[in-house]
Structure formats: structure tokens, C-alpha cells
Design a protein around this ligand. Sequence first.
Ligand SMILES: C[S@@+](CC[C@H](N)C(=O)[O-])C[C@H]1O[C@@H](n2cnc3c(N)ncnc32)[C@H](O)[C@@H]1O
Length: 223
Amino acid sequence: MKRRLEPERLDELPADDPAAIASRRDLVLINAVMRQPAMLARALSSFPQPRVLLDLGGGDGRCLLAAARRLSWRGVQAVIADRQDVVTAQTRTGFAALGWDCTVRRGDVFDAVTELDGGTLVTANLFLHHLDEAALRRLFALLAARAMGLVACEPRGGAFALMASHLVFLLGANEVTRHDAVASVRAGFADRELSGLWPKGWDLKERRGLPFSHLFTARRHAL
Ligand SMILES: C[S@@+](CC[C@H](N)C(=O)[O-])C[C@H]1O[C@@H](n2cnc3c(N)ncnc32)[C@H](O)[C@@H]1O
């Protein structure tokens, strides 16, 4: 299935729109059903503890917090990079309880990645699929020049995930989520699509994550 990008409704709604708030709540449940935090945590635990964990398109931070709770790391600076600052006090308290600090880097992810340094490990959960091939190549080149690595957990493209994306109403998802779930899978990944866009000379892993995910890990040699 060839990737097809279309605008997602959550990206266009103001942060305080009730439908956006409800859709971000839906995402917590969808992430849990897709096992995204568990898969992120497992892939992250194969890296040395970073000084900074930068989450691209990190939204309200609850997915990264759920992953952080599965790690034994302490004293990490979590930076949520997103166009909207929707991280609640409760989520910040959750990070603090783990001994992590949480800040929001509001704005476009491309601005955030130009600021990062070599002590930074980068995550992306349900974010990379927003980008077309040229933007992914540009993002990966910036990350490869600066970061320790990238762990991304994205929607898997293909008929099985597409069928499931039409069923998110069964989870009580609202209209925004129902639209975006289908759009996300149409823009999802398969095979070694992301590896082909990453600069040469890195350790790359790319595979299906059951049931509906696509996992990509890029690690600088000798880490
Ligand atoms: C599907 S949501 C995923 C949020 C979060 N990672 C999660 O799993 O709950 C995608 C997020 O990407 C953000 N976003 C989309 N394009 C962006 C960009 N170019 N720069 C920064 N944030 C962006 C949106 O605001 C939204 O919060």
C-alpha cells in the first residue's frame, strides 16, 4: 500500500477545543491498545541512559510518561516538542515522581532538532507519519548529525491495520479520532521504508510491532 498523506484534524484544532481534548484522551487508550509505550520502553532500554529525551510531536506527554514508567532511568530531562503546549500539571508531576524533569519545547519539531546536542536521545510516537519523504529525509539528516539515536513507534500501513483503524469507534473514540486513525494508517509505514531515508553508517532496526505498529530504531555506532 503506497503511503497517502492527508491533514489530521487534531493538528488543526485549537488546544482547548473540547473535541481536541477528547481526542487526546482517546489517544491514551489507543496507545495502550497498540502497546506503544511498552514497545517504546523496550527499544529505549537498549540505549544507555541519555541526559535528554526529546519527544517529537509528543502531544500531552502521556505516552512518553507511560514509557518512562517502564524504565529504570532517573534524572532524565524529558522535552516534549510539539506545536501545542498541552502537558498538564498532573503529567509533569508524574515525571517528577520518577525523578525526571519535563519541559515543553513549543513550536515546529524542525526548530527543536536544530537545538539538540549529542547527549540527546529522540523518540517519536505516532508522529513521523505526518511527514512526507522529503521532510523525513531532512529530519533524519538533522538527527543523525546531532542525536544519540531515534526510537520511533508509528502506525503500520496495510490492510489489517486499516481495517482496525475503522473500528476505533468501538473504543468510544470521537469523530476527530475516528478520522485521524484512518488517515494515520494510510500514511503509515511498512518494510524498510524509514531505514532507506536514514543516512548511511548507523545501526538500524525496522520491524512490525504487533498488533498495528511499525517500529524503527536508529543507533549511532559504538553506543
Ligand atoms: C497523533 S498526535 C501524537 C501525540 C503523542 N505523540 C501521543 O502519542 O499521544 C501528533 C502530534 O504531533 C503534533 N505535530 C504535528 N506536526 C507537528 C510539527 N511539524 N511540529 C511539532 N508538532 C507537530 C501535533 O500537535 C500532535 O500533538
